[in-house]
Design a protein around this ligand. Structure first.
Ligand SMILES: [Zn+2]
Length: 245
């Protein structure tokens, strides 16, 4: 029983770490169009880098399963976009925004929240290896969550969402981690089978989201070469951080 609580508390700590990603944006005062472009490019790079990590981990459990999961992730975004009304003039409301901006924010929060389910399962499954391993993995996921909080805030903050609420949505997006870690820990074998599909799904959804939403918008708002440079560097940085962990 106490071990289950430990899994939950560890995974809850990783979720709270996501909120730290909003901190850099507390310093930036004005939200210019150029800043929006750079923030979007950085978010795109961080998500691409995180996706590489998810694919690498997923293929360790099963290559075909990871690919199938990725296809499902792409389908998920397409369906979600359709449900939210991909065309002009639909009144999706998120925070104080409406329309195009609200749609992108909502999609971002949905994608990042859904991808956390697979990571929660990964945490729970790996807890089977003992407390020392569990601690290492918890720290790794927590550190990986901080730039994801940056990515979420980079999309929400330019739309005028207050920094503290960006932090709140960042933590929210990681809540599936404590929720999924416990059942995955208790029923390791069942969840291990589903894990490559889940990790592939998370990666597919994130890469597609970057390509269909974040980068096109960033290119519209900012200089092409600068947007591409920021996206490239943040992708590489995220991959390096994950390898270092
Ligand atoms: Zn992640």
């Amino acid at each position: 029983m106490s071990e289950v609580w430990l899994v939950f508390l560890y995974a809850l700590a990783t979720a709270l770490a996501t909120g730290l990603g909003a901190i850099p944006f507390a310093i930036v005062g004005t939200v210019s169009e150029r800043f929006q472009a750079y923030a979007g490019a950085a978010a795109a790079g961080l998500m691409l880098g995180a996706s590489f990590g998810l694919v690498a981990e997923g293929t360790g459990y099963g290559r075909g399963e990871t690919l199938v999961g990725a296809l499902a992730g792409v389908a998920f975004i397409l369906v979600t976009q359709r449900l939210m009304g991909d065309r002009e003039g639909h009144d999706v409301v998120f925070e104080a925004a409406q329309g195009e901006g609200a749609r992108r924010m909502l999609l971002m929060v949905v994608v990042m929240t859904v991808h956390s389910f697979a990571e929660g399962v990964a945490v729970g499954v790996s807890f089977g290896g003992g407390l020392a391993l569990a601690t290492v993995i918890t720290v790794a996921i927590a550190l990986h969550n901080v730039p994801e909080g940056v990515a979420i805030t980079a999309v929400l903050r330019p739309q005028g969402v207050p920094v503290w609420r960006c932090a709140g949505w960042s933590v929210f997006s990681s809540l599936p981690q404590p929720l999924m870690a416990v059942p995955a820990f208790l029923f390791v074998e069942t969840f291990r089978t589903a894990l490559p599909y889940g990790l592939g799904f998370a990666a597919g959804a994130m890469v597609f989201m970057v390509l269909v939403e974040l980068l096109p918008e960033a290119y519209k708002q900012g200089d092409r070469a600068q947007v591409a440079t920021i996206a490239t560097l943040s992708t590489v940085a995220m991959v390096l951080v994950q390898q270092w962990l």
